[in-house]
Design a binder for this molecule. Structure first.
Ligand SMILES: [Zn+2]
Length: 257
C-alpha cells in the first residue's frame, strides 16, 4: 500500500489544514479545514480533487470551510459521532475503536476528549500519521475548554502509546511558545533544550515545525510526562498522581506569558 502524501496548508493566524492523498484511489482528505479558499487552491495546484473532509472537533477554526468545500467538490464529511450536531455538513459519524478508509488507507479512530467533549483523532497506521487536532501539540496540548484533566491525561496517554515513529500532525503552529513553557518545567532536559533550539532556528527562518514525531514528544512534551518523577517534582508534586501533576502543568501553562 502506498503511504499517504501529506501537504501542510497554513491558514488564519497559526492554523494548519492538512491535505492527505492516497495515490492508488486518488482519494484526498482535507483535515480540519478552517476556511475553504486556500484549501481548494492548494488542492488545485497539485491537481488533487478533494474527496473527503476529516474533522477532529467542532471548533470553527477546524470546520469553517466544511460547507463551502463540500459544495465545491462533493466531498464526504467525516467527524465524531459525539459531536454530530456541531459538525457542519457531517455525512459519516465515527467513534472510538472504529475506523474509516480513505481510499486504501485505513484511519483508526481514537476518542480523545479534553479540549472538547467530542474530540477524536485519526491514526493512519500504515502511513505512520496521526491527525490529532487540538488534543496534542508539539511540546504542548490543547486547553481544557470542555473536559477534565483526568479525561485529557487519559486521552494523551493513549496517543503517547503509539509508535515512536508516528508523525504528529496537529492543528496549530504553537511549538515555539510551547517549548519556552516546557523549559520552565524541565530546564535540565537535554532533549528538550536541543529541540527548543531547533525550533528557534526554524522559526527564525520563517519555517513551520509540524509534524514532529511521537518519540520526540515523549522525550520533550511536559504534558505527556506527568508521570515522570522529575516533572512531578518540578511542579511541587513529587509522588503525586499523574492526573494531579498534569492538571498543575496545564494550570501553569494557562497563565504562562
Ligand atoms: Zn479547538
Amino acid at each position: 500500500m502506498a503511504r499517504l502524501e501529506i501537504e501542510r496548508i497554513p491558514v488564519l493566524q497559526d492554523n494548519y489544514v492538512w491535505l492527505a492523498r492516497e495515490a492508488d484511489s486518488g482519494a484526498v482528505a482535507a483535515v480540519d479545514p478552517s476556511v475553504a479558499e486556500p484549501v481548494l487552491a492548494a488542492a488545485e495546484r497539485r491537481g488533487w480533487k478533494i474527496t473527503h473532509i476529516l474533522n477532529t472537533h467542532h471548533h470553527p477554526d477546524h470546520t469553517g470551510g466544511n460547507l463551502e468545500i463540500k459544495a465545491a467538490t462533493g466531498a464526504t464529511i467525516v467527524g465524531p459521532s459525539h459531536d454530530r450536531a456541531r459538525i457542519p455538513g457531517i455525512d459519516v459519524e465515527v467513534s472510538d475503536g472504529g475506523s474509516y478508509d480513505l481510499g486504501r488507507e485505513r484511519a483508526e479512530i481514537f476518542f480523545v476528549p479534553g479540549h472538547t467533549k467530542g474530540h477524536i483523532a485519526f491514526w493512519f497506521r500504515n502511513s505512520d500519521a496521526l491527525f490529532c487536532g487540538d488534543t496534542l501539540f508539539l511540546m504542548g496540548c490543547g486547553r481544557l475548554f470542555e473536559g477534565t484533566p483526568e479525561q485529557m491525561w487519559n486521552s494523551l496517554s493513549r496517543l503517547r502509546a503509539l509508535p515512536e515513529s508516528t508523525k504528529v500532525y496537529c492543528g496549530h503552529e504553537y511549538t515555539q511558545s510551547n517549548a519556552r513553557f516546557a523549559l520552565t518545567v524541565e530546564p535540565a532536559n537535554a532533549d528538550l533544550k536541543a529541540r527548543a533550539a531547533w525550533v528557534d532556528r526554524m522559526r527564525a527562518e520563517g519555517k513551520g515545525t509540524v509534524p514532529g514525531t511521537m518519540g520526540d514528544e515523549r522525550k520533550t512534551n511536559p504534558f505527556l510526562r506527568a508521570d515522570v518523577p522529575a516533572v512531578a517534582a518540578a511542579v511541587g508534586l513529587a509522588g503525586a498522581d499523574p492526573v494531579k501533576v498534569f492538571a498543575e502543568v496545564r494550570r501553569r501553562k494557562d497563565v504562562f506569558r
